[in-house]
Design a protein around this ligand. Structure first.
Ligand code: GLU
Ligand code: MG
Length: 443
Protein backbone atom coordinates (compact mmCIF):
# COMPACT_ATOMS: atom_id res chain seq x y z
CA UNK A 1 0.00 0.00 0.00
CA UNK A 2 1.41 3.42 -0.89
CA UNK A 3 1.77 6.13 1.74
CA UNK A 4 -1.15 8.45 2.29
CA UNK A 5 -0.59 11.81 0.56
CA UNK A 6 -0.73 15.13 2.37
CA UNK A 7 -0.51 18.53 0.66
CA UNK A 8 3.06 19.78 0.20
CA UNK A 9 3.83 23.06 1.94
CA UNK A 10 4.61 25.73 -0.65
CA UNK A 11 6.72 28.87 -0.55
CA UNK A 12 5.94 31.75 -2.90
CA UNK A 13 8.35 34.34 -4.28
CA UNK A 14 6.32 37.53 -4.70
CA UNK A 15 6.61 40.86 -6.40
CA UNK A 16 4.23 43.68 -5.60
CA UNK A 17 3.74 45.48 -8.86
CA UNK A 18 3.17 49.04 -10.04
CA UNK A 19 -0.53 48.87 -9.15
CA UNK A 20 0.12 47.43 -5.69
CA UNK A 21 -1.01 43.89 -6.47
CA UNK A 22 1.13 41.11 -5.02
CA UNK A 23 1.81 38.30 -7.48
CA UNK A 24 4.12 35.35 -7.42
CA UNK A 25 5.05 31.76 -8.10
CA UNK A 26 5.24 28.87 -5.64
CA UNK A 27 7.43 25.80 -5.21
CA UNK A 28 7.71 23.02 -2.60
CA UNK A 29 9.19 24.63 0.50
CA UNK A 30 11.86 21.93 0.82
CA UNK A 31 13.31 23.10 -2.53
CA UNK A 32 13.97 26.66 -1.40
CA UNK A 33 17.73 26.31 -1.78
CA UNK A 34 17.28 25.49 -5.44
CA UNK A 35 15.52 28.85 -6.06
CA UNK A 36 17.71 30.99 -3.84
CA UNK A 37 20.23 32.30 -6.37
CA UNK A 38 18.44 32.03 -9.74
CA UNK A 39 14.96 32.88 -8.43
CA UNK A 40 12.00 31.89 -10.56
CA UNK A 41 10.88 33.00 -13.99
CA UNK A 42 8.76 36.10 -14.53
CA UNK A 43 7.19 37.90 -17.47
CA UNK A 44 7.94 41.59 -18.21
CA UNK A 45 4.42 42.24 -19.55
CA UNK A 46 3.07 41.56 -16.04
CA UNK A 47 4.40 45.03 -15.16
CA UNK A 48 1.75 46.52 -17.41
CA UNK A 49 -1.28 44.82 -15.87
CA UNK A 50 -4.16 47.14 -15.04
CA UNK A 51 -6.41 46.61 -12.00
CA UNK A 52 -8.91 45.42 -14.60
CA UNK A 53 -6.55 42.50 -15.36
CA UNK A 54 -5.68 43.54 -18.90
CA UNK A 55 -2.11 43.95 -20.10
CA UNK A 56 -2.00 47.55 -21.31
CA UNK A 57 -1.97 47.49 -25.10
CA UNK A 58 0.50 50.39 -25.44
CA UNK A 59 2.97 49.06 -22.86
CA UNK A 60 6.63 48.59 -23.80
CA UNK A 61 6.30 44.84 -23.18
CA UNK A 62 4.71 42.31 -25.47
CA UNK A 63 4.74 38.55 -25.72
CA UNK A 64 8.55 38.48 -25.71
CA UNK A 65 11.11 38.59 -22.93
CA UNK A 66 11.86 36.85 -19.67
CA UNK A 67 12.90 37.95 -16.23
CA UNK A 68 13.99 36.36 -12.96
CA UNK A 69 12.28 37.08 -9.66
CA UNK A 70 15.05 36.78 -7.05
CA UNK A 71 13.99 36.09 -3.45
CA UNK A 72 15.30 38.38 -0.73
CA UNK A 73 15.50 35.75 2.00
CA UNK A 74 15.52 38.23 4.87
CA UNK A 75 12.03 39.37 3.86
CA UNK A 76 10.39 35.94 4.28
CA UNK A 77 6.99 35.82 5.99
CA UNK A 78 5.68 32.57 7.42
CA UNK A 79 2.39 32.19 9.19
CA UNK A 80 1.89 28.52 9.84
CA UNK A 81 -1.74 28.51 10.89
CA UNK A 82 -4.81 30.65 11.31
CA UNK A 83 -8.48 30.35 12.19
CA UNK A 84 -9.07 27.65 9.55
CA UNK A 85 -7.10 24.62 10.72
CA UNK A 86 -7.14 23.15 7.22
CA UNK A 87 -5.72 26.21 5.47
CA UNK A 88 -2.18 25.70 4.13
CA UNK A 89 0.57 27.79 5.78
CA UNK A 90 1.17 31.25 4.34
CA UNK A 91 4.83 31.42 3.33
CA UNK A 92 6.17 34.05 0.96
CA UNK A 93 9.38 35.93 0.22
CA UNK A 94 9.59 39.35 -1.39
CA UNK A 95 11.67 39.36 -4.54
CA UNK A 96 13.40 41.73 -6.92
CA UNK A 97 12.95 41.57 -10.67
CA UNK A 98 16.10 41.12 -12.70
CA UNK A 99 17.03 40.41 -16.30
CA UNK A 100 18.13 36.83 -16.92
CA UNK A 101 21.79 38.01 -16.78
CA UNK A 102 21.23 39.56 -13.35
CA UNK A 103 20.94 43.22 -14.34
CA UNK A 104 18.15 45.03 -12.52
CA UNK A 105 14.84 45.25 -14.40
CA UNK A 106 13.95 48.92 -14.92
CA UNK A 107 10.27 48.57 -13.96
CA UNK A 108 10.79 46.84 -10.58
CA UNK A 109 9.37 49.08 -7.83
CA UNK A 110 11.23 47.28 -5.05
CA UNK A 111 14.55 47.86 -6.83
CA UNK A 112 13.63 51.53 -7.30
CA UNK A 113 12.96 51.88 -3.57
CA UNK A 114 16.19 50.11 -2.63
CA UNK A 115 18.20 52.38 -4.96
CA UNK A 116 16.60 55.46 -3.41
CA UNK A 117 17.19 54.26 0.16
CA UNK A 118 20.84 53.73 -0.80
CA UNK A 119 20.98 57.26 -2.21
CA UNK A 120 19.74 58.58 1.15
CA UNK A 121 22.52 56.64 2.86
CA UNK A 122 25.32 57.46 0.44
CA UNK A 123 24.48 61.03 -0.61
CA UNK A 124 22.68 62.37 2.46
CA UNK A 125 24.01 60.17 5.28
CA UNK A 126 20.42 59.30 6.26
CA UNK A 127 18.38 56.23 7.08
CA UNK A 128 14.64 56.16 6.41
CA UNK A 129 12.39 54.81 9.16
CA UNK A 130 8.79 54.41 8.07
CA UNK A 131 5.45 52.84 8.92
CA UNK A 132 2.28 52.49 6.86
CA UNK A 133 -1.09 52.73 8.64
CA UNK A 134 -3.96 50.94 6.93
CA UNK A 135 -7.70 51.45 7.14
CA UNK A 136 -10.07 48.84 5.73
CA UNK A 137 -13.64 47.61 5.67
CA UNK A 138 -14.57 44.27 7.12
CA UNK A 139 -18.09 43.13 6.52
CA UNK A 140 -18.62 40.84 9.46
CA UNK A 141 -22.34 41.06 10.08
CA UNK A 142 -25.22 43.44 9.56
CA UNK A 143 -24.94 45.22 12.90
CA UNK A 144 -23.69 48.80 12.65
CA UNK A 145 -22.29 49.74 16.07
CA UNK A 146 -21.38 53.37 16.86
CA UNK A 147 -18.09 54.76 15.55
CA UNK A 148 -14.96 53.95 17.61
CA UNK A 149 -17.14 52.01 20.08
CA UNK A 150 -16.21 49.01 22.16
CA UNK A 151 -19.12 47.28 20.47
CA UNK A 152 -17.52 47.91 17.08
CA UNK A 153 -14.21 46.65 18.46
CA UNK A 154 -15.97 43.49 19.69
CA UNK A 155 -17.56 43.03 16.28
CA UNK A 156 -14.06 42.83 14.78
CA UNK A 157 -12.37 41.25 17.80
CA UNK A 158 -12.06 37.69 16.57
CA UNK A 159 -10.63 38.84 13.25
CA UNK A 160 -8.44 41.42 15.01
CA UNK A 161 -7.03 38.88 17.46
CA UNK A 162 -6.10 36.49 14.67
CA UNK A 163 -4.68 39.37 12.64
CA UNK A 164 -2.43 40.55 15.47
CA UNK A 165 -1.28 37.01 16.13
CA UNK A 166 -0.52 36.31 12.46
CA UNK A 167 1.23 39.67 12.00
CA UNK A 168 3.47 38.91 14.95
CA UNK A 169 4.23 35.46 13.58
CA UNK A 170 5.08 37.11 10.24
CA UNK A 171 7.53 39.52 11.90
CA UNK A 172 5.38 42.57 11.21
CA UNK A 173 5.35 44.01 14.77
CA UNK A 174 1.70 45.09 14.93
CA UNK A 175 0.77 47.97 17.22
CA UNK A 176 -2.96 48.62 17.31
CA UNK A 177 -6.19 47.27 15.90
CA UNK A 178 -8.99 49.79 16.24
CA UNK A 179 -12.52 50.49 15.07
CA UNK A 180 -12.67 53.56 12.83
CA UNK A 181 -15.27 56.23 12.11
CA UNK A 182 -17.08 54.32 9.35
CA UNK A 183 -19.38 51.33 9.60
CA UNK A 184 -17.39 48.08 9.53
CA UNK A 185 -14.23 50.16 9.21
CA UNK A 186 -11.08 49.26 11.11
CA UNK A 187 -7.46 50.33 11.21
CA UNK A 188 -4.24 48.40 11.80
CA UNK A 189 -0.93 50.04 12.63
CA UNK A 190 2.50 48.53 13.01
CA UNK A 191 5.92 49.65 14.22
CA UNK A 192 8.25 51.39 11.77
CA UNK A 193 10.95 49.56 9.85
CA UNK A 194 14.05 50.78 8.03
CA UNK A 195 14.16 51.27 4.27
CA UNK A 196 12.67 48.67 1.93
CA UNK A 197 11.41 46.61 4.88
CA UNK A 198 8.85 49.34 5.63
CA UNK A 199 7.17 48.88 2.24
CA UNK A 200 7.47 45.09 2.48
CA UNK A 201 5.69 45.40 5.80
CA UNK A 202 2.79 47.29 4.18
CA UNK A 203 2.39 44.40 1.74
CA UNK A 204 2.60 41.93 4.62
CA UNK A 205 -0.18 43.73 6.50
CA UNK A 206 -2.44 43.60 3.44
CA UNK A 207 -1.73 39.99 2.54
CA UNK A 208 -1.93 38.66 6.09
CA UNK A 209 -5.19 40.54 6.67
CA UNK A 210 -6.58 39.06 3.44
CA UNK A 211 -5.46 35.60 4.51
CA UNK A 212 -7.23 35.81 7.87
CA UNK A 213 -10.37 37.21 6.25
CA UNK A 214 -10.31 34.42 3.65
CA UNK A 215 -9.95 31.78 6.35
CA UNK A 216 -12.84 33.29 8.33
CA UNK A 217 -15.05 33.74 5.26
CA UNK A 218 -15.14 37.53 5.73
CA UNK A 219 -15.31 40.20 3.08
CA UNK A 220 -12.35 42.58 3.48
CA UNK A 221 -11.32 45.56 1.38
CA UNK A 222 -8.62 48.23 1.59
CA UNK A 223 -10.11 50.19 -1.35
CA UNK A 224 -10.26 53.97 -0.77
CA UNK A 225 -14.06 53.83 -0.71
CA UNK A 226 -16.14 50.66 -0.74
CA UNK A 227 -19.60 52.20 -1.27
CA UNK A 228 -20.84 55.62 -2.37
CA UNK A 229 -21.90 56.46 1.21
CA UNK A 230 -18.96 54.77 2.98
CA UNK A 231 -16.19 56.50 4.92
CA UNK A 232 -12.90 56.46 3.05
CA UNK A 233 -9.98 54.14 3.72
CA UNK A 234 -6.63 55.88 3.75
CA UNK A 235 -3.07 54.65 3.91
CA UNK A 236 -0.95 57.06 5.94
CA UNK A 237 2.81 56.85 5.69
CA UNK A 238 4.76 57.97 8.75
CA UNK A 239 8.36 58.89 8.02
CA UNK A 240 11.30 59.86 10.16
CA UNK A 241 14.88 60.36 9.00
CA UNK A 242 17.81 59.17 11.09
CA UNK A 243 21.50 59.73 10.73
CA UNK A 244 23.71 56.69 10.18
CA UNK A 245 24.05 56.26 13.96
CA UNK A 246 20.28 56.14 14.35
CA UNK A 247 19.85 59.65 15.76
CA UNK A 248 16.57 61.35 14.70
CA UNK A 249 17.12 64.25 12.28
CA UNK A 250 13.68 65.74 11.62
CA UNK A 251 13.35 67.40 15.04
CA UNK A 252 14.79 70.64 16.37
CA UNK A 253 13.48 71.86 19.72
CA UNK A 254 14.45 75.41 18.78
CA UNK A 255 11.97 75.90 15.92
CA UNK A 256 8.32 76.93 16.25
CA UNK A 257 6.89 73.65 14.97
CA UNK A 258 9.79 71.37 15.90
CA UNK A 259 10.90 70.71 12.32
CA UNK A 260 14.65 70.84 11.81
CA UNK A 261 15.94 72.69 8.75
CA UNK A 262 16.56 69.30 7.10
CA UNK A 263 12.95 68.38 7.90
CA UNK A 264 11.69 71.65 6.45
CA UNK A 265 13.49 71.09 3.15
CA UNK A 266 12.28 67.48 3.03
CA UNK A 267 8.67 68.53 3.69
CA UNK A 268 8.99 71.35 1.13
CA UNK A 269 10.09 68.79 -1.47
CA UNK A 270 7.07 66.59 -0.76
CA UNK A 271 4.67 69.55 -1.01
CA UNK A 272 6.34 70.97 -4.12
CA UNK A 273 6.02 67.70 -6.02
CA UNK A 274 2.74 66.61 -4.43
CA UNK A 275 0.35 67.27 -7.36
CA UNK A 276 2.55 65.01 -9.51
CA UNK A 277 3.11 62.48 -6.71
CA UNK A 278 -0.65 62.01 -6.46
CA UNK A 279 -0.53 60.08 -9.74
CA UNK A 280 1.48 57.47 -7.81
CA UNK A 281 0.11 57.70 -4.26
CA UNK A 282 -3.56 58.15 -5.22
CA UNK A 283 -3.42 56.23 -8.47
CA UNK A 284 -6.97 55.18 -9.38
CA UNK A 285 -10.03 57.16 -10.49
CA UNK A 286 -11.62 56.23 -7.15
CA UNK A 287 -8.75 57.79 -5.18
CA UNK A 288 -10.13 61.23 -6.08
CA UNK A 289 -13.42 60.50 -4.33
CA UNK A 290 -11.30 60.38 -1.18
CA UNK A 291 -8.94 63.31 -1.81
CA UNK A 292 -11.65 65.84 -1.08
CA UNK A 293 -12.13 68.53 1.57
CA UNK A 294 -13.61 67.45 4.90
CA UNK A 295 -12.59 63.81 4.46
CA UNK A 296 -9.62 63.97 6.84
CA UNK A 297 -7.53 62.89 3.88
CA UNK A 298 -5.98 65.69 1.80
CA UNK A 299 -7.15 68.06 -0.88
CA UNK A 300 -4.43 70.74 -0.79
CA UNK A 301 -0.65 70.55 -0.71
CA UNK A 302 0.09 71.89 2.75
CA UNK A 303 1.74 70.96 6.01
CA UNK A 304 -0.22 71.13 9.24
CA UNK A 305 0.60 70.46 12.85
CA UNK A 306 -1.73 67.76 14.11
CA UNK A 307 -4.11 68.88 11.33
CA UNK A 308 -5.93 65.95 9.72
CA UNK A 309 -6.97 67.98 6.68
CA UNK A 310 -3.32 68.58 5.75
CA UNK A 311 -1.63 66.34 3.19
CA UNK A 312 1.47 66.29 5.37
CA UNK A 313 1.00 66.32 9.11
CA UNK A 314 3.43 66.87 11.95
CA UNK A 315 2.31 64.09 14.28
CA UNK A 316 1.68 64.71 17.95
CA UNK A 317 4.35 63.86 20.48
CA UNK A 318 3.64 63.27 24.15
CA UNK A 319 5.46 64.16 27.33
CA UNK A 320 3.99 61.05 28.94
CA UNK A 321 5.85 57.77 28.92
CA UNK A 322 9.38 59.15 29.05
CA UNK A 323 10.29 58.76 25.37
CA UNK A 324 12.35 61.65 23.96
CA UNK A 325 10.35 63.98 21.72
CA UNK A 326 12.96 63.69 18.93
CA UNK A 327 12.41 59.92 18.87
CA UNK A 328 8.63 60.30 18.61
CA UNK A 329 8.71 63.09 16.04
CA UNK A 330 7.59 62.08 12.56
CA UNK A 331 5.79 63.37 9.49
CA UNK A 332 2.65 61.68 8.25
CA UNK A 333 1.83 61.68 4.53
CA UNK A 334 -1.95 61.34 4.13
CA UNK A 335 -2.57 61.65 0.38
CA UNK A 336 -2.23 57.91 -0.15
CA UNK A 337 -4.53 54.91 -0.41
CA UNK A 338 -4.13 51.18 -0.86
CA UNK A 339 -4.51 51.26 -4.63
CA UNK A 340 -0.90 52.55 -4.61
CA UNK A 341 2.14 50.29 -4.70
CA UNK A 342 3.83 50.72 -1.30
CA UNK A 343 7.30 50.39 -2.84
CA UNK A 344 6.67 52.77 -5.73
CA UNK A 345 4.82 55.33 -3.58
CA UNK A 346 7.47 55.32 -0.87
CA UNK A 347 10.25 55.61 -3.47
CA UNK A 348 8.52 58.54 -5.19
CA UNK A 349 8.02 60.34 -1.86
CA UNK A 350 11.65 59.81 -0.94
CA UNK A 351 12.76 61.17 -4.30
CA UNK A 352 10.60 64.29 -3.80
CA UNK A 353 11.90 64.78 -0.25
CA UNK A 354 15.51 64.33 -1.37
CA UNK A 355 15.03 66.89 -4.16
CA UNK A 356 13.65 69.26 -1.51
CA UNK A 357 16.84 68.77 0.53
CA UNK A 358 19.20 69.00 -2.45
CA UNK A 359 17.44 72.06 -3.93
CA UNK A 360 17.07 73.60 -0.45
CA UNK A 361 13.40 74.27 -1.16
CA UNK A 362 11.72 76.67 1.26
CA UNK A 363 8.75 75.46 3.27
CA UNK A 364 5.88 77.93 2.83
CA UNK A 365 2.62 76.04 2.65
CA UNK A 366 2.05 75.63 6.38
CA UNK A 367 -1.37 76.07 7.91
CA UNK A 368 -3.15 74.97 11.00
CA UNK A 369 -6.40 76.17 9.51
CA UNK A 370 -8.56 73.90 7.43
CA UNK A 371 -7.17 74.67 3.96
CA UNK A 372 -10.59 74.49 2.34
CA UNK A 373 -11.89 77.19 4.70
CA UNK A 374 -9.32 79.68 3.39
CA UNK A 375 -10.18 81.68 0.29
CA UNK A 376 -8.14 81.51 -2.91
CA UNK A 377 -6.22 84.66 -2.04
CA UNK A 378 -5.26 83.37 1.41
CA UNK A 379 -4.17 80.02 -0.03
CA UNK A 380 -2.18 81.77 -2.73
CA UNK A 381 -0.45 83.96 -0.15
CA UNK A 382 0.61 80.83 1.75
CA UNK A 383 1.63 78.94 -1.40
CA UNK A 384 -1.04 76.28 -0.88
CA UNK A 385 -2.12 74.63 -4.13
CA UNK A 386 -5.10 72.35 -4.70
CA UNK A 387 -4.37 68.70 -5.39
CA UNK A 388 -5.49 67.26 -8.73
CA UNK A 389 -9.23 66.57 -8.89
CA UNK A 390 -8.89 63.42 -10.97
CA UNK A 391 -6.40 60.75 -11.93
CA UNK A 392 -6.18 62.22 -15.43
CA UNK A 393 -5.14 65.58 -13.96
CA UNK A 394 -2.63 63.92 -11.64
CA UNK A 395 -1.08 62.02 -14.55
CA UNK A 396 -0.73 65.29 -16.47
CA UNK A 397 1.08 66.79 -13.45
CA UNK A 398 3.41 63.78 -13.37
CA UNK A 399 4.07 64.05 -17.12
CA UNK A 400 4.89 67.74 -16.60
CA UNK A 401 7.33 67.12 -13.75
CA UNK A 402 10.76 67.04 -15.40
CA UNK A 403 12.46 66.18 -12.10
CA UNK A 404 10.29 63.16 -11.28
CA UNK A 405 10.52 61.95 -14.87
CA UNK A 406 14.27 62.17 -14.59
CA UNK A 407 14.47 60.17 -11.36
CA UNK A 408 11.89 57.50 -12.17
CA UNK A 409 13.26 54.90 -14.62
CA UNK A 410 11.87 55.15 -18.15
CA UNK A 411 10.71 51.50 -18.44
CA UNK A 412 8.75 51.94 -15.22
CA UNK A 413 7.18 55.23 -16.33
CA UNK A 414 6.34 53.90 -19.80
CA UNK A 415 4.56 50.91 -18.24
CA UNK A 416 2.83 53.13 -15.72
CA UNK A 417 1.53 55.69 -18.19
CA UNK A 418 0.34 52.90 -20.50
CA UNK A 419 -1.55 50.99 -17.82
CA UNK A 420 -3.05 54.06 -16.16
CA UNK A 421 -4.26 55.38 -19.54
CA UNK A 422 -5.90 52.03 -20.21
CA UNK A 423 -7.38 51.93 -16.70
CA UNK A 424 -8.95 55.38 -17.22
CA UNK A 425 -10.52 54.23 -20.50
CA UNK A 426 -11.81 50.99 -18.94
CA UNK A 427 -13.47 52.75 -16.02
CA UNK A 428 -14.72 56.00 -17.55
CA UNK A 429 -18.32 54.79 -17.91
CA UNK A 430 -18.64 53.66 -14.29
CA UNK A 431 -20.75 55.63 -11.81
CA UNK A 432 -19.25 56.40 -8.41
CA UNK A 433 -21.18 53.50 -6.84
CA UNK A 434 -19.88 51.18 -9.56
CA UNK A 435 -16.30 52.48 -9.14
CA UNK A 436 -16.51 51.75 -5.40
CA UNK A 437 -17.83 48.27 -5.96
CA UNK A 438 -15.28 47.57 -8.70
CA UNK A 439 -12.19 48.67 -6.74
CA UNK A 440 -13.47 47.10 -3.53
CA UNK A 441 -13.27 43.76 -5.31
CA UNK A 442 -9.71 44.33 -6.57
CA UNK A 443 -8.21 45.87 -3.42
N1 GLU B 1 -10.26 57.80 6.91
C1 GLU B 1 -9.38 58.92 6.73
C2 GLU B 1 -8.65 58.78 5.41
O1 GLU B 1 -9.25 58.44 4.47
C3 GLU B 1 -8.39 59.06 7.87
C4 GLU B 1 -9.01 59.21 9.23
C5 GLU B 1 -7.92 59.29 10.31
O2 GLU B 1 -7.34 60.36 10.49
O3 GLU B 1 -7.64 58.24 10.89
O4 GLU B 1 -7.48 59.01 5.29
MG1 MG C 1 -7.46 56.30 10.92
Amino acid sequence: MSARLTPLPMTTIVTTDLIGITRGRSFPTDELEHYQAPGCGWVPANSALTPQDSIASTSPWGAYGDLRLIPDLGSRVTVSNGPDVNAPPLDFIHGDLRETDGRPFGACPRTLLRDEVERYRDDLGLQVNAAFEHEFNLHADLAEPPAFSLEAQRQGAEFGGWLLSALRAGGVEPEMFLPEYGKHQFEITCRPALGVAAADRAVNVREIAREIARQMGLDLSFAPKTAADAMCNGVHLHVSLLDLDGQPMLYDAGTSNGLSSLGQHWAAGILHYLPALCAITAPTPLSYERLQPNHWSASYACLGQQNREAALRICPTSTLGGKAVAKQFNLEFRAMDATASPHLAMAALLIAGRLGIEQRLALNAITNEIPDSLNDEQRQARGIVALPASLAQALDCLRDSAALNEWLPKPLLDSYYALKTEELALTEQLSIAELCEHYARVY
